[in-house]
Design a protein around this ligand. Sequence first.
Ligand code: NDP
Length: 316
Amino acid sequence: MIYNRCGLSGIRLPAVSLGLWHNFGHVDDYETARRMLFTAFDAGITHIDLANNYGPPPGSAEENFGKILRQDFHGYRDELIISTKAGYLMWPGPYGEWGSRKYLLASLDQSLKRMQLDYVDIFYSHRPDPDTPLEETMMALDQAVRSGKALYAGISNYDPDQTLEASEILRQLGTPCLIHQPKYSLFERWVEDSLLDILEKEGIGCIAFSPLAQGMLTDKYLQGIPEDSRASKAVFLKKEHITSEIINKVKQLNNLAKKRGQSLAQMALAWLLKDKRVTSVLIGARTVEQLEDNLGTLDNLEFTSEELKKIEVILG
Ligand code: NDP
């Protein structure tokens, strides 16, 4: 594993981190989830990312992860960076989502209970709240850290202006923002406009979520939509997203990856990691084989300028 410094903090994160959004809920196969966590940790993936609502049902990824931690990772807590988040709908009524102090701190307590942990390493505001003053949300993150229930604060899905403002508030409070978690992949490049520059200037790390565009940046959809794939379940990735235009690009990217001696998934991840402002790529995996494929990224992280140009031409 390669470990990259997270912004200007004392923490180094693995170049590849594992997210438990899908495939770790009560509806999923527990033994597969367990084996994926073993494979990840054995390969040096020391960072596992969760959120209150991961499952389904919501909360069950944390419950399963907590169970596996207790069963199998006894004695390894200090070798792990565990994150969770609050921001999306978790329970009914006006205090079950967004960015109030009431919601964030109650949600963190619930997450700790589900995972049977005393603290998480990173606690995120999962999304900006248009109606709650940013000060309140950031003060809740600061409080989470001061209470010892989280070691670091993070933000996710904040736009560049919100990020700058959040960073300033957190710094004033004495709890600098450790990390930003934006969506970033070959197909989703909004962070390049100014967010990455801001993160570098503010000394904040960047962990890219859905770096494989939920599986579209792999070869799996080249022959249609496999039955067990995320697009076949049509919840977060819909069949309509797999357009002929996308497939045409994926085909060309896949050919380029083959020439580099990599799978497309590996090339897509390596492409993100070539930017030193990207601390880690936060992958999902449904099988141990997918996880192993993604770990193979680390064997070739270099791109020639010709290859980079070719990628831009393909992406149009
Ligand atoms: P990816 O873009 O890595 O997609 C993962 C999916 O792609 C897998 O579940 C699998 O889907 C497919 N896949 C992965 N590797 C391969 C491979 N080598 N070959 C073929 N198919 C592969 O990431 P996710 O969208 O899952 O997101 C990753 C993490 O990011 C989440 O778990 C979560 O921690 C975080 N996240 C954060 C968000 C936020 O708002 N902060 C939002 C979304 C995610 P299939 O089932 O089709 O095989």
